[in-house]
Design a protein around this ligand. Structure first.
Ligand SMILES: Nc1ncnc2c1ncn2[C@@H]1O[C@H](COP(=O)(O)OP(=O)(O)OP(=O)(O)O)[C@@H](O)[C@H]1O
Ligand SMILES: [Mg+2]
Length: 356
């Protein structure tokens, strides 16, 4: 039997470069596990932080060592893809954040006419942009926190507009509220604000990261997550919970060992758990996700309310990440999970627009 050559695409130009390397290492290990080794060959492709693509030995070295690599010579042409791209039967992109999870890479892979794991352009872009995502969720009838979309131009361009904008935010959302760049991820540029002064500073800071900014009413809630797997008939996993002692689940808490704990399964009333699973599947469909997603929620225990926070179409995939762990607790091992994702990519490609 000829093996399928899987192009494992990792690294990338986002703040989650290092997480991507860890995810790729875990996936490579799973693709080499007994059950998968006879089916798949791995072709590693590493995107440096400057955007340059490395294949062959250098990509393999990053995969083996886990260490970031940056060529000392800057390439004049980032668009020169390594010749090994021609040999790929199926792409497994495991890039998080901008330029990886937002539809850009998915557009490139679509143009290559090779099947790839995960969501297409629409699902990725909608899932990444917190404003677009919230509009899709509202349309699907999913409850969420009150929010207001703001642009960089409103914050920076006209000194008369800004105070009025802050008045509106205060009146509509109150304090505390959360100011977020719409397209970053990993809690980068996110601030919890409790006063006018903090609001103004956070808006200015968020505008330095993104043209699109969202401000949300703060809730006091437990943070619970559900994994989704599938295409047109997706499945939802058991629910997991994230606990931490910091003020909120910020960048430091997320990526410092020992500051946050995952609890699987989350201890929840059965009706709440099934409501969360149902909402996760609706969210997956609402943004047109495919293959995999992790859907994050706020469970306001005091009122019994479940609010959707966000969908992540390429969630962290390290050995200890929530997504694979939720499936492990739902009866699907890590090697089985990557195998299923590849099969789902093939299935989706076969029914893609223009092919059916
Ligand atoms: N409206 C809110 N009320 C209470 N806490 C919030 C709210 N919004 C965000 N938070 C806190 O901030 C954290 C990060 O926010 P969010 O999940 O929206 O962004 P993100 O994690 O950067 O996005 P991504 O998961 O795509 O990387 C949440 O996990 C939560 O702890
Ligand atoms: Mg989040």
């Amino acid at each position: 039997m000829t093996k399928l050559r899987v192009g494992l695409l990792f690294g990338g130009r986002s703040g989650e470069h290092e997480v991507s390397i860890s995810s790729a290492r875990a996936i490579a290990k799973a693709l080499s596990a007994d059950t998968n080794a006879s089916k798949y060959d791995i072709l590693p492709f590493y995107i440096q932080k400057d955007g340059f693509w490395q294949a062959g030995e250098i990509a393999q070295q990053v995969l083996d060592s886990g260490a970031v690599y940056q060529s000392s010579v800057t390439s004049p042409n980032l668009w020169q893809f390594p010749p090994q791209t021609q040999e790929v039967d199926l792409w497994f992109p495991i890039l998080h954040g901008p330029n990886g999870e937002d539809g850009t890479i998915q557009g490139l892979l679509s143009l290559m006419q090779v099947p790839f794991v995960g969501s297409g352009v629409l699902g990725s872009a909608t899932g990444m942009d917190k404003i677009g995502m919230k509009i899709a969720f509202a349309q699907a009838g999913l409850p969420q926190v009150k929010y207001k979309a703001v642009t960089r131009a409103q914050i920076w361009s006209n000194p008369c507009v800004f105070p009025k904008l802050c008045d509106e935010i205060e009146a509509e959302l109150g304090y505390p509220s959360f100011v977020k760049p719409a397209n970053l991820g990993s809690s980068v540029g996110i601030a919890k604000v409790r006063s006018r002064q903090e609001l103004e500073a956070a808006l200015d800071n968020a505008a330095s990261y993104d043209r699109r900014i969202i401000v949300e009413a703060g809730v006091v809630a437990r943070e619970v997550e559900c994994a989704v797997l599938g295409n047109d008939q997706p499945q939802a996993s058991v629910i997991g919970e994230i606990t931490y002692n910091s003020d909120f689940y910020d960048y430091e808490t997320k990526y410092t060992q020992g500051l946050a704990d995952l609890l699987i399964p989350a201890v929840l009333p059965e009706a709440i758990a099934s409501q969360i699973q149902d909402m996760a599947l609706k969210a997956f469909a609402a943004v047109d996700a495919a293959g995999l997603s992790r859907v994050d929620f706020f469970y306001v225990e005091a009122t019994g309310e479940v609010l959707i926070n966000e969908i992540n179409t390429l969630p962290g995939f390290t050995a200890t990440s929530m997504y694979p762990q939720l499936w492990a607790h739902s009866g699907i091992s890590f090697p089985e999970l990557v195998d299923k994702l590849i099969q789902l990519a093939i299935e989706r490609d076969a029914t893609a627009a223009g092919k059916s």
